[in-house]
Design a protein around this ligand. Structure first.
Ligand SMILES: Nc1ncnc2c1ncn2[C@@H]1O[C@H](COP(=O)(O)OP(=O)(O)O)[C@@H](O)[C@H]1O
Ligand SMILES: Cc1ncc(COP(=O)(O)OP(=O)(O)O)c(N)n1
Length: 267
């Protein structure tokens, strides 16, 4: 069985972070593993508090996985501080997994910061050059590229700039855009658009985590990069279409709706 590792934060309410990643990997059919970098007390409406795991324990978790198990792809999510970033980057440089999909998480959908403002320099210098694919949303891409993004042409310019920082490929996600849900992949030489109609729902907690871990899963299964993004886009669109109205805020994406419908369930 192919394997994928999520290095990210824990969302106790189950909609984003490590929890969304493992559900995605399981639904797609790869063996999901996790290195917890931060514990986030959050739900569909708010973030209450965040505590980071020590750099040593982050490094030990990564060693525990890599010394024992072949890792076919890695997804990196929330890294809140320069210390967390340095611990993860050092180990990724040591183990050099083939596919490293990095979601440069900065804010939760409710606006709460998940990355310290002072970490942006370390993100750019230390983390982004490790990415075989970086998957910023529009506000994240604006911060990293240092430019406003208002049009699809701006998305392309920003993707080129971010590739110039060392990411081998960049997928700018259009969830925060207006109109269709259009994402743009730049692989260093060509642009690939991925367009679906925008689904009218408030239940989008965990969309970015779902997409990036789905891409990592399809890469682990041997898809090409454009193919993995196409299949992951299909996956996240279905997961948003069937998103669950759980909680008082933005409900989570749904990973097992096909399974439940086969079982005759109602979820
Ligand atoms: N309402 C929606 N309808 C359809 N697709 C969406 C919707 N919201 C987000 N997406 C898609 O979900 C994926 C994650 O994007 P986005 O929400 O921008 O990420 P993030 O969670 O990091 O902010 C992208 O493929 C985006 O196009
Ligand atoms: C622990 C943790 N990691 C990441 C996020 C952000 O998830 P994302 O899929 O980008 O979007 P929202 O969940 O914020 O809608 C998170 N909330 N928690």
């Amino acid at each position: 069985m192919k394997t994928a590792l999520s290095i990210a934060g824990s969302d106790c309410s189950g909609g984003a972070g490590i929890q969304a990643d493992i559900k995605t990997m399981s639904a797609i059919g790869v063996f999901g593993m996790s290195v917890i970098v931060s514990v986030v007390a959050e739900n569909t409406s708010r973030v209450i508090s965040i505590e980071d795991v020590s750099p040593k324990l982050i490094a030990d978790q990564i060693d525990a996985v890599f010394e024992d198990i072949e890792v076919d792809a890695v997804k990196v999510g929330m890294l809140s501080t320069p210390a967390c970033m340095a611990a993860v980057a050092e180990k990724l440089r040591q183990y050099r997994p083939r596919h490293i999909v990095i979601d440069p998480v900065m804010y939760a959908k409710n606006g709460c910061p998940l990355m310290q403002e002072s970490s942006i320099g370390t993100l750019i210098d230390t983390v982004i050059p490790l990415a075989t694919l970086l998957t910023p949303n529009i506000p994240e891409a604006e911060k990293i590229a240092g430019m406003p993004i208002k049009t699809v042409d701006d998305m392309k310019t920003a993707a080129r700039r971010i590739a110039g920082l060392g990411a081998r490929a960049v997928l700018i996600k259009g969830g925060h855009y207006i109109g269709d849900a259009e994402d743009i992949l730049y692989d260093g030489s060509a642009f690939y658009p991925y367009v679906r109609r925008r689904i009218d729902t408030k239940n989008t907690h965990g969309t970015g985590c779902t997409l990036s871990s789905a891409i990592a899963s399809y890469l682990a299964l041997g898809e090409s990069l454009p193919g993995a993004v196409e299949r992951a886009k299909e996956y996240v669109t279905g997961a948003i279409e069937h998103a669950l109205d759980i909680g008082r805020g933005c409900g989570p994406t749904h990973h097992f709706y096909r399974f439940y419908s086969q079982q005759g369930g109602t979820l």
